[in-house]
Design a protein around this ligand. Structure first.
Ligand code: AMP
Ligand code: MG
Length: 417
């Protein structure tokens, strides 16, 4: 378990910028040290524990990139086509053989280059004359259509860096080296609680003034997408002692505790007091909308993040606070989110000094450019606004006004996790 000091989330300013939060987290969170070995087929999404150095060059031997005819570059016809007698045939998987001087060798994609040849004519570019010789046109460059050993990755170079969150193409690279398993950081164990007397768990009776708990299932799903092992710990009542007991109980067995609800400053927001009674807590007043204060705490060395209860605020603050924390705890590269420029199809006014995320639909216009249309309503409680839209438009701190036609940044939901 990575133990954090009680004051690691302390912050001096009144309002915390989103980038500041991400930077603070990256600086102050220590990664878990436990490493495990997983077979390649289970490595997708895991965090590589150490640099992977190429044990062989890729490709491992020089081979032909096409089906055609291999020759020595010194024999290449320069001005006019020339015919070559054929000698030998080498297909993919066959042992390399030496070529006869002045001859062309029939060769296929992936086959090793015959000794003495270094250039391949594509079969589409040649003809065979009556004598059965191959007629090679002039003008081909020496070395054409050949894949030299190590051109992709030289032996001994760092092919994947520690902290890489493994994608299918990364797993492919490890397989290309002949590896069967990889060392990865063990999955983070994350405890998730909802809080609130008005929240009922799906599958249990709902009183008239209750709503079913949606956030917990959203957060559990988001955490799983980030590769975490999750403990679903249900709902804690709006009661300081019960909250404190619940949180304290799970701290030592988890790398991170996540709660939703109860972190505003109302009288019935008990998470703050509960954490203070068993650990240390600071409220981060973040310069972000939607999103209210986010609670950052430490209980027995385990970090706690208290997200707001409104589903959209919970979603957006997850992306900017929980995601970087999970990445930092698991030693993953920070992977900053990169919005892509699209055209705004709406007007919007905002205050400076805070970053806003607008739920938008993405459309392709007739001229092929992409346009973001705002979801018609703004409430932070509207789950439909997250369900129906394609992603978030990011309006930077300095922006006060968006007009149709302005270029704005867009993040697909799929790119956030
Ligand atoms: P709170 O942050 O506790 O003040 O809650 C803000 C709003 O979010 C209230 O309307 C809550 O009913 C709602 N809310 C809190 N927790 C959840 C939850 N787990 N699922 C859905 N809505 C919630
Ligand atoms: Mg509440």
């Amino acid at each position: 378990m990575a133990q954090l000091s009680d004051d690691c989330f302390a912050f001096g300013g009144p309002l915390m910028a989103v980038d500041e939060a991400v930077r603070l987290i990256a600086e102050r969170v220590t990664r878990v040290a436990d490493i495990e070995t997983v077979p390649l087929a289970s490595a997708d999404g895991r965090i590589l524990a150490g640099d992977l150095t190429a044990p062989l060059p890729l490709p491992p031997f020089t081979n032909s990139a096409v089906d055609g005819y291999a020759v020595a570059s010194r024999d290449l016809p320069r001005e006019v086509a020339r015919s070559f007698p054929l000698a030998g045939r080498v297909q993919a998987g066959a042992a390399a053989q030496a070529a006869q001087a002045g001859h062309a060798v029939r060769i296929f994609t992936g086959a090793p280059m015959p000794e003495g040849t270094d250039t391949v004519f594509m079969q589409e570019d040649v003809s065979i004359d009556e004598a059965g010789r191959v007629v090679l046109p002039a003008g081909l460059k020496p070395g054409a259509n050949v894949r030299p050993a190590g051109e992709d990755i030289p032996q001994g170079s760092v092919a994947l860096q520690a902290g890489q969150r493994l994608r299918p193409q990364d797993v492919a690279l490890a397989a290309a080296f002949g590896l069967t398993e990889l060392n990865v950081v063990r999955r983070l164990r994350v405890a998730v609680f909802s809080t609130g007397d008005e929240v009922a768990s799906p599958g249990t009776p709902r009183r008239a003034a209750q709503l079913f708990d949606s956030n917990r299932f959203m957060l559990l799903s988001m955490l799983k997408r980030l590769g975490c092992e999750v403990s679903d710990l249900g709902i804690l009542r709006d009661d300081r002692a019960a909250l404190a007991r619940g949180l304290k109980q799970v701290a030592s067995a988890h790398d991170l505790i996540l709660t939703t609800g109860g972190v505003s400053t109302g009288e019935e927001d008990h998470v703050k007091a509960a954490v203070e009674s068993v650990g240390k807590l600071v409220l981060w007043r973040m310069a972000i909308k939607p999103g209210r204060p986010v609670a950052m705490g430490i209980i027995d060395g385990t970090p706690l993040i208290g997200l707001p209860g409104n589903p959209v605020a919970s979603f957006v603050t997850f992306v900017h606070v929980v995601r970087p924390t999970v990445l930092a705890l698991s030693g993953a590269n920070p992977a900053p989110l990169i919005p892509m420029p699209v055209r705004a199809a709406f007007s919007y006014k905002k205050k400076t000094g805070r970053r806003e995320y607008v739920r938008v639909f993405l459309h392709r216009r007739e001229d092929g450019t992409l346009e973001a249309q705002k979801f018609p309503r703004e409430g932070a409680g509207l789950l439909s606004s997250l369900v129906e839209t394609d992603g978030l438009a990011e309006l930077a701190e300095g922006v006060t006004n968006v007009e149709p036609g302005d270029s704005i940044g867009f993040l697909f939901y799929a790119s956030l996790l």
